[in-house]
Ligand binder design. Structure first.
Ligand code: A3P
Length: 290
């Protein structure tokens, strides 16, 4: 399968098929009852999607196995390249309240989400692990440009020259708006440290109150070990000419700190210096060493 080049939309590099359909994507108007799960790619989107779907289905594992995650929770801006279902087409067939996934940075989220005061869950992951995960994903994901060698990809990531643009702008964009827009801002590292605590936070944000047993079941069902073998969330439903999981599995490691296996000391120092520059003045409480 050919890999798709990136094309700028208001200064943000997106896959060309997204850029070419930008007018209809940005015109999408959600219902006020719709919920948006927003992330930078590889920050823990699928994990959060499955938690949310299980919470909304009172922990019913069978209900959450009725269809692959991409059909239960449409990916707003994904369109055209078959066989990934188009988000807008799926959304048309569903009635609100719907859960919707996006990787769009804050400034590109369709205005209707803010006008209609939709609930938004944002998940952020520390930059180095997020980058490592994205690198391996781009190796196996033929809908995105070839990542090239690790060092080259590292530089592209720092410059924001990857799909959905700069990680730095992405995490800052939602962080700055979280109070004004009532965004629940979560961290992958917190979810790893205490999944039950974070599942309960999501539950409260959704206005739900589930029993202890159900919460515990949801925590178990969304553990990395279980999700890795769940064909409705591990992306084995996408053919291997699109996601070649023999190159790198979608459910790869699910850990905090895998960056230490990839960065040389020199790369880590360079990255940290650049990070300090790009994140100057920000108070986002990222943690890398847990
Ligand atoms: P790694 O590549 O570091 O393993 P996304 O869903 O945003 O594409 O993110 C994918 C990343 O989240 C992958 O990270 C994947 O392994 C990890 N992940 C998925 N489900 C998880 C879970 N239940 N617990 C921990 N990590 C999970």
């Amino acid at each position: 399968m050919e890999r798709f080049p990136l094309k700028n939309v208001n200064g943000v590099p997106l896959m060309c098929y997204i850029a070419d359909n930008w007018d209809s994507i940005s015109a999408f108007c959600p219902d006020p009852s719709d919920l948006l799960i927003a992330t930078y790619p590889k920050a823990g989107t699928t994990w959060t999607q499955e938690i949310v779907d299980l919470l909304l289905n009172n922990g019913d594992a069978e209900a959450c196995k009725r269809a692959p995650i991409v059909e239960r929770i449409p990916f707003l801006e994904i369109c055209s390249p078959p066989p990934i279902p188009s988000g807008l087409d799926l959304l048309k067939k569903m009635s609100p309240p719907r859960v919707i996934k996006t990787h769009l940075p804050f400034q590109l989220v369709p205005e209707g989400f803010w006008k209609n005061k939709c609930k938004v869950i944002y998940v952020a992951r520390n930059a180095k692990d997020n980058l490592v995960s994205y690198y391996h994903f781009d190796r196996m994901n033929f809908t995105q440009p070839e990542p090239g060698p690790w060092e080259e990809y590292l530089n592209k990531f720092m410059k924001g020259e990857v799909g959905w643009g700069s990680w730095y702008d992405h995490v800052k964009g939602y962080w700055r708006e979280r109070e004004k827009r009532n965004i629940l801002y979560l961290f992958y590292e917190d979810m790893k440290e205490n999944p039950r605590r974070e599942v309960e936070r999501i539950m409260r944000y959704l206005g739900l109150s589930l029993s202890d047993d159900v919460i515990e079941r949801i925590v178990q069902l969304t553990s990395f070990k279980i999700m890795k073998d769940n064909p409705m969330v591990n992306y084995t439903f996408i053919p291997d000419f699109v996601f070649d999981q023999s190159i790198s599995p979608f459910m790869r490691k699910g850990e905090v700190g895998d960056w230490t296996n990839h960065f040389t000391p020199a790369q880590s120092q360079l990255f940290d210096e650049d990070y300090a520059r790009q994140m100057k003045g920000e108070d986002i409480p990222f943690r890398t060493n847990i």
